[in-house]
Design a protein around this ligand. Structure first.
Ligand code: F0G
Length: 355
């Protein structure tokens, strides 16, 4: 299976001899989620709902970022850059470091100190990136990246690089290809707001080309402590345990608002408790291990169900943006308390298991 740029080549204009840097990203599963669907029907009193999880955690570096990074890094190579740079809450840096390594580029990373999940940091380190942790948040890191990028010495691979969103739109293509039509509703976490912008681009493109007959409502969810778009103001000190979306001044703010308004959807917030409840539900009831920020989409769906915002017979897709293995600390903190350390003794083990 080829990566997204080769599979969807007809949607791009690469020109001749375009150097595709790929790790065979994309083609992630759209997993039916009957238990989420049942819970949503119970909460809302609606019937006939079908819920699917677009599990982006199965990309090569464990998040949706790879769809955009394959294109941004390929262009960086074509444009003869030697260095790429990004600010990140973790996943972008892991992805940039991987594609940068594959392309033979130097990858420079700026992270908010102490706020990046362990798995993400360990990836960037092993891929060989050059890493600076700042005493500040993601928004401040991105300001530094913009400044350093303006010198022309480095290529910015944050989602302000337009090729990132052009790559990420393939997530929407894949959802439509599998369902045979666009869903009625898409639920998606919102941090820097690039992904919701990219999915909307993809859904519009398929509809405009007549590949699909309809467009979904776009439902984006910010974490309550970082909900700049919901409150319509920058948040100076964004907070949430969902560190991937701990962002107070989203770069694609306008794109997210346009996606919401053009699609008749909504941008709302979910609390950390709601995020954790959805994170636990997905693992314990669906066997799907995503990272906490990803669960904001399902937390949003549960909230929408309770507010009577879902419709009978709707086909609903929740995007799970990153793999649960990225953040082992959260899994251990919020996972099953049924654990014991015992001697190697069958009787005691049986007793603990109540067998
Ligand atoms: N989910 C995960 C797991 C993420 O890593 C991110 C963003 C988002 C959702 C939000 O997507 O920014 O397009 O609205 N992570 C970025 C990073 C900011 O640096 O890895 P968005």
């Amino acid at each position: 299976m080829a990566g997204i740029l080769e599979r969807y080549r007809q949607f791009y204009d690469f020109g001749d001899n375009f150097p595709i840097i790929s790790l065979e990203e994309g083609n992630t599963p759209l997993i039916p989620a009957c238990n989420v669907g049942d819970a949503v029907m119970q909460k809302s009193g609606k019937t006939g709902l079908k819920v699917f999880l677009k599990f982006e955690g199965l990309n090569p570096t464990g998040s949706f970022k790879d769809r955009g990074m394959t294109y941004a890094v390929s262009r960086a190579v074509q444009e003869k850059h030697t260095h790429i740079i990004c600010a990140s809450t973790g996943n972008t840096s892991a992805s940039a470091a991987a594609y940068g390594a594959r392309a033979g580029l130097k990858t420079l990373i700026i992270l908010p100190s102490g706020k990046v999940a362990l798995g993400k940091l360990s990836q960037a380190i092993l891929y060989g990136a050059s890493i600076v942790e700042i005493d500040g948040n993601f928004d401040q890191a991105l300001d530094i990246v913009r400044e350093l990028g303006s010198t022309g010495k480095v290529c910015i691979v944050n989602s302000i690089n337009p090729y990132r969103l052009q790559g990420q739109k393939t997530g929407a293509f894949e959802v439509c290809d599998v369902l045979g039509e666009a869903p009625d509703d898409l639920f998606i976490p919102v941090g820097n707001a690039g992904n919701i912008t990219a999915y909307w681009m993809g859904f519009k493109e398929y509809a405009d080309k007549g590949i699909t007959q309809k467009r979904p409502r776009m439902n984006g969810y910010e974490a309550e402590g970082s909900a700049a778009i919901v409150f319509n103001r920058k948040i100076e000190n964004p907070e949430t345990l969902a560190t991937a979306i701990r962002i107070g001044n989203p770069a694609s703010w306008d794109g997210a608002v346009a996606a919401r308004d053009e699609s008749g959807g909504r941008i709302d917030s979910v609390t950390d408790d709601e995020i954790v409840a959805a994170y636990q539900f997905l693992a314990a009831r669906e066997g799907v291990f995503c990272e906490p920020s990803s669960a904001a989409s399902v937390a949003g769906l549960f909230k929408a169900a309770e507010l009577g915002q879902v419709q009978d017979n709707a086909t609903i897709v929740c995007v799970l943006t990153g793999n649960g293995l990225k953040d082992p600390d959260s899994a251990i903190k919020f996972g099953s308390p049924e654990r014991a350390q015992l001697p190697a003794d069958a009787g005691q083990v049986a007793e603990f298991f109540r067998l």
